[in-house]
Design a binder for this molecule. Sequence first.
Ligand SMILES: N[C@@H](CCC[C@H](N)C(=O)O)C(=O)O
Length: 284
Amino acid sequence: MKLKFTKMHGAGNDFVVIDAINQQLDLGPEQWRRLADRRFGVGADQILVVEKSGEPGVDFRYRIFNNDGGEVEQCGNGSRAFVRFVFDKGLTRERSIRVQTMSGVIAPRLEADGNITVDMGAPRLEPAEVPFDSSGLAGQAQGRDTLWPLALGADGEVMVSVVSMGNPHAVQVVGDVDTAPVAETGPLIEHHPRFPKRVNAGYMQLVDRHHIRLRVFERGAGETLACGTGSCAAVVAGIRRGLLESPVRVSARGGELSIAWAGEGEPVYLSGPAVTVFEGEIEI
Ligand SMILES: N[C@@H](CCC[C@H](N)C(=O)O)C(=O)O
């Protein structure tokens, strides 16, 4: 079958976006993988699928597939691309929409300056909600957060905060993101047995109380140039640890994001760009 798609990115985190309202889709993990493959397909960190929502008061349903073909709960940068896509394609005239994801409803808003702000919902902070198996571990309190030791075999031990933004994150503070061992320890953290659903591994460098530099080794995609939910998780962890104050500028390798969080029980707001790169059609 021939499939129409749009290639987009948000701060360098790149997507293939597919309108499943106006074309029929019946694809499996092998086809998602091929679409996302940078040599045999279009190439993307994630595939985003736009569907109608069946829920009252919710405009669309948003499905997310990682580069490895696995379906996942949430994608922050993708949610900005999503609202840009549905607005530009005339699928809605609303600049503020409500979108059903696997992990709940998010509310993105297209601003007058073209930037997009997304209400990502409140973070979930109990280890079991991430999910993270903390049984038998001695956590170390820092501010309102708990740091958990993760044994990485020959690569030693790292202390991480665990946060769910609908999807799982393990965040550590490093002295310098440029020299952080992301390629070496990222896969070990992603597949660590204490995370039964695997995890996105964040490495954050504190610049000042309102600015961090961040790299994320994403579950199912490897290191990406930016991660929206990873940015939310890092800022939530930093604020809870008493290291950061809202709002926080996040410098990723692919661009800048901004995160605001008023604290426990409150939603996290993610702002940043979403850009269309090209349109195409592929035999799949
Ligand atoms: N790039 C994303 C996150 C995509 C999903 C993630 N790899 C996972 O498996 O949870 C973002 O911008 O949030």
